[in-house]
Design a protein. Structure first.
Length: 179
């Protein structure tokens, strides 16, 4: 299915997508279907450039809808993670389209969602902070705010035992400082 999209055989990919939705309706698997929807959003934007922004956002809206109908206390799905990844992907789509004022709040929602995951959410949270800082520093030309964000997140990563993530954030912070 994703191979068809990568090969820009969108008709075949769309058919497979619809079949996956039918299968999900019969045997729900929210993490798998939302991952597929996020991947379609990413690939749509990657292969169709800015013309694919609305279509990519539609895929993400569908992923949100899948999560919205999950029963309370769903054991097979880390809802915080799935919601965070939906917001993260939406931030990336909006940023790629140059819609930075819309992208930053989505990145911040991703950070907040991953924060709900506690220790398990630290690495995806760090990645969401990285994207938020890029949007803020590069897209919105607010490097000072991005540096503050990165400094706090880097310290948090070190405290959580993720020095590699802290290094990535520190490198971006240094890059923003030297501009």
């Amino acid at each position: 299915m994703l191979e068809s999209a990568l090969a820009e055989r969108w008709e075949a990919a769309d058919t497979a997508y619809e079949r996956a939705l039918v299968a999900h309706a019969e045997a729900p698997n929210a993490p798998v279907i939302t991952l597929m929807m996020r991947e379609f959003a990413r690939l749509t934007l990657q292969t169709r450039d800015s013309d694919g922004t609305d279509t990519a956002l539609e895929h993400l809206a569908r992923a949100d809808a899948v999560l919205a109908v999950l029963p309370s206390g769903e054991q097979d799905c880390a809802v915080w993670y799935e919601q965070g990844e939906n917001h993260y992907r939406r931030a990336r789509v909006l940023a790629d389209a140059g819609r930075f004022d819309e992208a930053l709040p989505e990145a911040e929602c991703a950070i907040a969602a991953h924060d709900e995951g506690g220790q398990r959410g630290e690495l995806p949270r760090a990645e969401a902070v990285r994207i938020a800082a890029l949007i803020e520093g590069n897209g919105l030309d607010r490097a000072d705010e991005a540096i503050i964000r990165l400094t706090a997140a880097s310290a948090r990563c070190r405290q959580a035992g993720h020095p590699e993530a802290a290094h990535v954030l520190d490198t971006l912070r240094q890059d923003l400082r030297t501009r």
